[in-house]
Design a protein around this ligand. Structure first.
Ligand SMILES: Cc1cc2nc3c(=O)[nH]c(=O)nc-3n(C[C@H](O)[C@H](O)[C@H](O)COP(=O)(O)OP(=O)(O)OC[C@H]3O[C@@H](n4cnc5c(N)ncnc54)[C@H](O)[C@@H]3O)c2cc1C
Length: 480
């Protein structure tokens, strides 16, 4: 009896899961496991919101496996030790997993691969369309500018159709004998992993979401039938559901990016996509760009890619400002709306992510790493690669970044992208009766209306702090 272990990580699905498909093909029975490893950066760097999502996602995976006559075994401990114990308990002869690309996991997995070589570890790409080394410049170095990265990616996708051929869901996933699986030392119920804090907010946050592979597929279908058409414009309007909201599903691998692009293209070449469809394909490929960056420049998780920024003079004693930003109490409506949306739902619209990040970095001069850490703790889609790239993009220190001197004006951004103030009023109810004219700048109200307002005055002056940021940048460039 040839037993194969499938080690699930950020691939919590059955369809287009190469590790699972191979195990089903090559082994008589398959043991599906998840390990809660305190050293596993894909888990231990998870913030509270992500841990809640992970709990529900593992539950959904277990349900899907049960429908196939199998089940998910949850274990806790250092991955290598747990896998060795598993192999000795079950007599498993093979092990399969899909690769992760953050530096700590790569290093840990390398050691496991060597230590378990008698089980011929088989690793696959289940997380990305391209391996980080598959879409490089002609001279073999990584792209640092997005447009040529996208062009080369789209060309490859049109030339290598196999890149977009999702692996079908295995028809059967034969379970190991219950005498073996029932006697596993260390198997734990999912609840015992402790991902769900005993507090009220997880239920409130998760009321905004359906978790798991089936929900992700349904969401994609709905998006492709509707909002994708107007995505070019809709993706900038935080008051509408103009984006797919697939990010947490993609992060935890409930759906693969290959599947998303394949369903979007629906047999067409990428070169044939136009308007919203083309822009959406480009966004999915931004995620690939982020993984390429983290793989080739692993230090960029918490250090600037542009080394000049190591000398940047941030403000001193930023604790109170950071706290007010986190709480959505800066007195700048669109910033506060974004931060409160984040806290309530575990997600924030991309346009608003850029605005709140710019405000923290440039108006408050708080180091971008503090914002990155807060996002990592509170986002359900928190992702080392995309988060670091998003923060460095805003700070001007990353690849293809917005120049530092482009300081978003949150009032103008609000007036442009939330014209009627619907988004701000939804998340900042203190402003629900303020007219459109003042909803993005309530400090300009006067008289009784101002008196009646129960909303903070702006934490800082937007114009003065813009000048302060530009001065700091000029010093960095040596022009001041
Ligand atoms: C400061 C900052 C931090 C961010 N942190 C994260 C993060 O931790 N995790 C995360 O997934 N995204 C992050 N993003 C990128 C982006 O904001 C989200 O991917 C997007 O808002 C998710 O919503 P959606 O699924 O509706 O996106 P859609 O617009 O529907 O896009 C589809 C998918 O494309 C990918 N994508 C879209 N935009 C980007 C982008 N700029 N970079 C990388 N991938 C992208 C995502 O996987 C997304 O789900 C960050 C952006 C900024 C500015």
């Amino acid at each position: 009896m040839n037993i194969g272990v499938v080690w699930f990580r950020q691939d919590l699905r059955l369809e287009d899961n190469p590790a699972l498909a191979q195990a089903c093909k090559q082994c008589d029975s398959v043991l599906c496991v998840f390990i809660d490893d305190p050293l596993d950066q894909t888990v231990s760097q998870l913030g509270e919101a992500s841990r809640v999502w992970l709990h529900h996602s593992l539950k959904a995976l277990d349900d899907s496996l049960k429908k196939k006559g199998n089940a998910l075994v949850c274990l806790q401990g250092e991955s290598l030790a747990v896998l060795q114990m598993l192999i000795s308990d079950t007599g498993a002869s093979r092990i399969f997993w899909n690769r992760c690309y953050d530096p700590v996991t790569i290093e840990r997995d390398k050691q496991i691969k060597t230590a378990l070589k008698e089980c011929e570890p088989s690793t696959s790409n289940g997380m990305l369309i391209f391996e980080p080394w598959e879409n490089l410049k002609g001279d073999g170095t990584p792209y640092r500018v997005y447009t040529p990265f996208w062009r080369a990616a789209a060309k490859q996708l049109d030339e290598r159709q196999n890149l977009l051929a999702p692996v079908p869901t295995p028809r059967t996933i034969p379970a190991v004998d219950t005498a073996i699986s029932g006697a596993l030392s260390g198997a734990k119920p999912l609840d015992a992993l402790g991902y769900l804090p005993d507090k009220a907010w997880p239920a409130q946050m998760m009321s905004h979401w359906q978790v798991g592979e089936a929900a992700a597929k349904k969401k994609l279908v709905v998006f492709l039938k509707g909002a994708v058409t107007d995505y070019d414009e809709g993706r900038n309007l935080p008051g509408q559901t103009g984006t797919s909201q697939l990010s947490p599903h993609l992060h935890f691998g409930e759906i693969s990016p290959r599947n998303v692009i394949a369903k979007l293209a629906n047999g067409r070449a990428l070169a044939e996509l136009e308007g919203g469809e083309e822009t959406f394909a480009k966004e999915i490929v931004w995620r690939e760009f982020a993984y390429c960056l983290i793989f080739h420049y692993p230090h960029t998780i918490d250090s600037p890619l542009d080394k000049r920024f190591e000398r940047f003079e941030w403000a001193e004693d930023t604790g109170e400002h950071l706290r007010r930003w986190q709480q959505g109490l800066t007195g700048v409506p669109i910033v506060d709306a974004g931060m409160r949306e984040l806290y309530a739902t575990g997600w924030m619209h991309n346009r608003v992510r850029m605005i709140v990040a710019s405000y923290l970095i440039k108006n408050l001069l708080v180091p971008w790493q503090s914002g990155e850490v807060w996002f990592r703790d509170t986002l359900v889609d928190a992702d080392l690669a995309s988060n670091a790239m998003g923060w460095q993009w805003t700070a001007g220190s990353g690849a293809d970044a917005a120049p530092f001197f482009r300081v978003f004006n949150p009032v103008l951004q609000g007036e442009k992208f939330d014209k009627q103030g619907d988004y701000v009023r939804r998340w900042v109810p203190e402003l629900s009766t303020v007219t459109n004219k003042y909803v993005h700048k309530p400090w300009e109200l006067s008289g009784a209306e101002k008196q009646a307002l129960d909303y903070p005055e702006p934490l800082v002056d937007l114009k003065e702090t813009r000048v302060r940021a530009l001065d700091a940048f000029a010093k960095l460039k040596g022009t001041k």
